[in-house]
Design a protein around this ligand. Sequence first.
Ligand code: NAD
Length: 263
Amino acid sequence: MSKSLEGRTALVTGSTSGIGLGIALAFAREGAKVMLNGFGTPDAISAARGEVAAIAGGETPYSGADLSKAEGVRQMCTEAEAALGRVDILVNNAGIQFVSPVEEFPDAKWDAILAINLSSNFHAIKALLPGMKARNWGRIVNVASAHGLVASPFKAAYVAAKHGVVGLTKTVAIEVARTPITCNAICPGFVRTPLAEAQVGPLAQKHGVSEEAALTDFLLEKQPSKRWVEVDEVAQMALYLCGPNSGAVNGAALSIDGAWTAS
Ligand code: NAD
């Protein structure tokens, strides 16, 4: 059976761990040549590159660019075009979080979250869309969040940035609507990543409950399914959006959140 991304090239930001790495692996399995980006220890980065290379063969291109700065995003896009020849698929996934009441929210955290979670998407799209238009094909997937659609307290910057990502997605989608390029957002609820799972133990201790209760009653309080969304479930959604059967899906903010935003 032919692979759905055979011959395609993809840049996945924030792909040294978690959801981004899951998307990169799923794309590689479907035949895409993928460039990784993100931070981590040298060992973690070479492990991520090795995981992708074990599927795709050869060397996995990697950019360590800091996406908190416009110049860093542009540098990553230039590196990607050089390493891959062209970028057919852009997945804007890198993101950070910080939690605080709004009146105490540190200015520097606000600026960093807006820069990494929102502005980096804008700068990468601006840099790579001209090539997609010239080749008359492209896919842009922005990893937003359930917090791109609804709010939670103490997450002012994250919620503002993710709502911004959904707005940016819709705008770009309309601008490219007459071309074979699409731009969509994925809005996950709580996804089982090492960082997210590590919150369960401390929550159980804090509330004096079992880890199971800490998960369902506290961490997944807003997620009616009461189970994690799995990284590969998000990756499969990204794969669908970049595959051959999704050309009419454009400007969507697709929820994958165990009915969180339905409630
Ligand atoms: P993660 O911390 O495992 O991965 C984040 C990635 O972004 C890492 O590769 C990290 O190195 C990279 N990154 C951070 N700052 C960067 C910078 N300045 N420049 C370049 N790279 C940088 O997190 P994750 O849970 O996999 O999250 C990935 C995306 O999914 C984020 O945008 C997050 O908001 C979103 N998301 C996560 C969940 C969840 O439950 N895990 C839910 C909804 C949305």
